[in-house]
Design a protein around this ligand. Structure first.
Ligand code: ATP
Ligand code: MG
Length: 409
């Protein structure tokens, strides 16, 4: 894409009311724009990055057998009354129609997916089933000051699994956990997994996937030697204590952001809707269900928090809106030619063809943070080609025009 056509411009200063690094940088670089607290518009660069995160998540969900669907966001009140959520869930947005009918905006979708699936899964041979969607969620969050990390409207991947029995669920639970770790690794993040018991009277467990960042809203304790990690909220342990798992490491306290979780729902939803299946022995049974969330838009914010310097963003390749930022400094002919070559070879490129100063182009390239910067200038051409530099490194090199495509492939 030519930058002269991009309708967003970078900004030198962040909005006064944005406190977090993610909101400040993503706004300045033209990825997002705040409409009101907790609600953002996604602009061309931001939308591409969001879609790239989506795609990584989608690929890994498909690999473990997930079937993608798209469920409604506007829900009838009755479904939420059936599960008790209408009165119990404080973040549920409720809407009254002019016809006096009540609706809810989806904040999670057990209320919709349970009847959807269980009307079709009539017998044990129809199970297990895994369905997921990537869609907007609405939550009446009290505090929405962390930029993309806590939205009142945010993009989530939510998967729901339906199993004939606990053993089958337990097997899939572990598979989903591994898929999650793969997703975060592909996005350049290390996630620590907290294991939380769902209460003393149930055996149910849940995992939270935590990325260390000062912008996060969770306090965790993690072992400096092994994988042990707990949410401080529920922990019996304290910082500085010896790790209860490996007995040698020490527990550190850190701020973290929950980028995903997997949760054992038991048989609650099948029971609430009285929707079961016919088991092999002919009896009616309720499915054991699991739900598996990933905060797609939160991830965009977390990546910005983790990957930046004082000049701007530093995107990992999987998430960058384009791979290459091509800058022409008064050498449009050479730049045009490389631009065409890159496009023909399916290398994603943002081409700064604007008639502005070199300094402004360099500053924009650093702020937007694409993985590679390619400069066509009189100096570079004299030296034999274009100057190539990684955003994450200081050193640059001259690459011959003929070799650029090969180098960037
Ligand atoms: P939190 O403790 O951060 O409020 P949660 O336990 O309410 O999260 P879930 O309901 O399980 O989260 O949602 C699944 C995922 O969606 C979370 O792991 C998180 O990544 C993301 N998420 C939840 N609430 C928000 C929000 N308000 N804004 C952005 N992402 C969110
Ligand atoms: Mg919450």
């Amino acid at each position: 894409m030519k930058q002269s056509q991009l309708f967003t411009k970078t900004e030198r200063f962040a909005p006064k009311d944005e406190e977090t690094i993610n909101a400040r940088l993503l706004t300045r670089a033209g990825f997002v724009e705040k409409l009101m607290a907790g609600v953002y518009n996604y602009l061309p660069l931001g939308l591409i990055s969001l879609q790239k995160i989506e795609q990584v998540v989608r690929e890994e969900m498909n690999k473990i057998g997930g079937q993608e669907i798209l469920m409604a966001m506007l829900h009838p009140k009755e479904n939420w009354q059936t599960t008790g959520g209408w009165d119990k869930i404080d973040v549920l947005f409720k809407i009254k129609s002019r016809t006096e009918k009540d609706y809810a905006l989806g904040q999670s979708e057990e209320e919709v997916v349970t009847p959807l699936i269980m009307r079709r899964a009539r017998s044990q041979k129809d199970l297990p089933l895994y369905v997921y969607q990537i869609h907007w969620k609405f939550r009446d969050e009290l505090r929405a000051k962390s930029g993309l990390l806590r939205g009142r409207e945010f993009l989530m991947k939510d998967m729901y699994s339906f199993h004939a029995d606990q053993a089958d669920f337990d097997k899939f639970y572990e598979i989903a956990k591994e898929a999650y770790l793969k997703i975060f690794a592909r996005l350049g993040l290390t996630a620590k997994v907290t294991e939380a018991s769902g209460g003393s009277f149930s055996k149910k467990i849940s995992y939270e996937f935590m990325v260390l960042t000062d912008a996060g809203e969770d306090d965790i304790l993690y072992c400096d030697k092994c994988v042990f990690c707990v949410n401080q909220e529920i922990a019996k342990q304290k910082a500085g204590e010896t790790c209860p798992k490996c007995k040698t490491g020490k527990l550190n306290r850190a701020k973290a952001s929950e980028v995903g979780n997997v949760f054992d729902l038991g048989q609650k939803y099948g029971q609430d809707f009285d929707l079961g299946f016919t088991a092999k022995d002919g009896t009616k049974k309720y499915p054991v269900m699991g739900c598996y969330g990933i905060g797609i838009s939160r991830l965009l914010g977390v990546i910005a928090e983790k990957m930046h310097d004082d000049k701007g963003l530093i995107w990992p390749e999987e998430v960058a809106p384009f791979k290459v930022h091509l800058l022409s400094l008064g050498q449009n002919e050479a730049a045009e030619k490389i631009y065409k070559d890159l496009l023909e070879n399916n290398i994603e490129v943002l081409y700064d063809d604007r008639d502005i100063s070199a300094g402004a182009k360099f500053a924009d390239a650093d702020l937007i943070g694409l993985p590679f910067r390619l400069v066509a200038s009189e100096k570079s051409l004299k030296a034999g080609g274009l100057e190539l530099k990684k955003r994450s490194e200081d050193k640059s090199e001259i690459v011959k025009e003929k070799e650029i495509v090969k180098r960037l492939k």
